[in-house]
Ligand binder design. Structure first.
Ligand code: 4AD
Ligand code: MG
Length: 461
């Protein structure tokens, strides 16, 4: 069979040819003498229109087919310059491959995103989710292209780990112990020597610590894989299982890090605009009317830069009534981030040099002894999309910071080794892949850009 994507790519070469297409019915409309089928074969966002007439031996059967029935059509491709569809297929034969039951839940009407979440196994057959998940696939490819073209080495960092990179204690424990038959209140006395690995292990919250080691061997590296956080925040931007892109660059500082982040994000957006134009058009029409204009602006403008301290001043002088107080030393809340990127700067914005007490142990301490060489990239509509930093490359200061934060040097001995053996200055960041997809599609809930979302109290499918 010919793939629908091939036909759309080069329609002229199929003109008046007999072709075979296979796919799933999106709609059937039929009168006594003829009918139309909108067929989607998954290879392309758009459907092909199949026209069938009563000369088909199974005309009656075809007229009554249910949505999502799979069929094979043989017919002639006819260019139709005066209709909405650029071409149609005049069927000479239609065979049913697999019938769909009549209770198929995706009927031809707008379904709410909430309802579609409950049928996560069927929603990729809808227009919206067909567009979301093809964009996700194309964006993932763009990530690899970007880094591979620059000679970065892709490192597969482990999923099961003993370290808590972000130090936030949001780890999912991995264990072979029989917790069910353990007396209550015994959690603190669990004997992990009896566990599979002989020690306490968890699902990784970030591949950073592991990939840093590879940056000291390959100079420029990245990891791109699933990460897990047992955050109890039931928000539209947090998932318990999400994918992160984490490059790490050697002989590089925070400025280099931000340059890379900006170049990467623009590259991914450009690649998606070029390679998923129909999907982006769809989002622009049905999800977020300002999407295309915004994305074009982003790829053509320079991102803003502001220090955390300056940002606090801007917020204090904004005259806005925030729910959370604005105070030097506390983390920026979503409302603050949104004000900065949507109202104050109106474009993607790097906030740098955060107070050390609200950031992770590995970030390089600035000369003021109060802030660290950190950066977050905030974007309108989504908020924080990237978190990164220059890393502390001075062994003594790193050890001091770890002690102050209650981390044991024994547990992180290998990480400290990196500073002992030619540990040059280096930096990196993490891009939340789902947040990037939200940004590029206008979808506002993270649950709608993950095939099978994992959030508090939901792990269906
Ligand atoms: O800012 P974070 O916590 O940074 C790190 O994990 C660093 N180790 C990255 C690095 O320097 N290599 O997370 C990075 C990004 C966030 O900006 C956000 O986009 C995303 O990961 N993220 C989440 N996305 C979805 N659900 C969650 N629960 C997320 N937590 C973080
Ligand atoms: Mg962060």
């Amino acid at each position: 069979a010919t793939l629908i994507r091939e036909i759309f790519k080069d329609t002229a070469s199929y003109e008046n040819q007999q072709i075979k297409v296979q796919g799933w019915i999106r709609t059937v409309r039929a009168s006594k003498a003829f009918g139309f089928i909108e067929l989607n074969d998954g290879s392309f966002f758009k459907n092909v229109q199949v026209v069938f007439e009563e000369n088909l031996s199974n005309f009656k059967e075809i007229s009554k087919l249910s949505i999502s029935t799979a069929i094979t059509v043989v017919g002639e491709l006819v260019i139709t310059p005066n209709s909405k569809q650029p071409f149609e297929i005049k069927a000479v034969e239609i065979n049913v491959d697999a019938l769909a039951d009549l209770d198929y839940p995706l009927q031809k009407k707008r379904h709410s995103f909430e309802f579609l979440r409950e049928i996560a196994h069927l929603r990729p057959r809808s227009n919206t989710f067909s567009a979301v998940f093809r964009v996700r696939s194309i964006a993932a490819y763009a990530v690899h292209r970007f880094f591979q073209e620059k000679g970065f080495v892709y490192v597969h960092t482990p999923i099961i780990t003993t370290s808590d990179c972000e130090g936030a204690g949001e780890m999912f424990r991995v264990s072979t112990l029989d917790f069910h038959n353990m007396p209550l209140n015994e959690e603190k006395n669990i004997d992990f020597t009896k566990d599979f690995f002989g020690k306490e292990t968890s699902l990784t919250v970030s591949g950073q610590l592991n990939v840093e080691a590879y940056a000291m061997a390959f100079r420029n590296v990245y990891t791109f894989g699933p990460t897990f956080r047992a955050e109890n925040s039931n928000t539209a931007r947090h998932a318990a299982e999400f994918w992160m892109i984490e490059p790490e660059i050697s002989f590089a500082d925070l400025q280099d890090d931000m340059e890379l982040a900006e170049e990467m994000l623009k590259y991914i957006i450009n690649y998606v605009l070029e390679n998923a134009p129909d999907e982006i058009e769809f989002f622009n029409n049905f999800v977020d009317k300002g999407l295309k204009e915004r994305l074009n602006l982003v790829v053509n403008s320079e991102f803003g830069k502001v220090t955390y301290t300056e940002a606090i001043d801007i917020l204090k002088n904004s005259g806005e009534q925030f729910e959370y107080p604005v105070e030097w030393g506390s983390d920026l809340q979503t409302e603050h981030e949104r004000y900065l990127t949507e109202k104050a700067f109106k474009k993607p914005l790097f906030v740098t040099d955060y107070p050390k007490d609200i950031k992770a142990f590995y970030m390089k301490l600035n000369d003021d002894n109060k802030t660290v060489a950190a950066m977050d990239l905030l974007v309108p509509g989504v908020g924080e999309i990237i978190g990164g930093s220059q890393r502390e490359d001075r062994l003594d200061i790193l050890e001091e910071r770890m002690t102050a934060m209650g981390l044991s040097k024994e547990d992180y001995w290998w990480y400290l080794d990196l500073r002992k053996y030619g540990g040059v200055k280096h930096a990196g960041f993490g891009l939340g892949f789902e947040r990037a997809i939200m940004y590029m599609t206008g979808i506002t809930n993270i649950r709608d850009v993950i095939s099978y979302p994992r959030t508090p109290k939901t792990a269906e499918f």
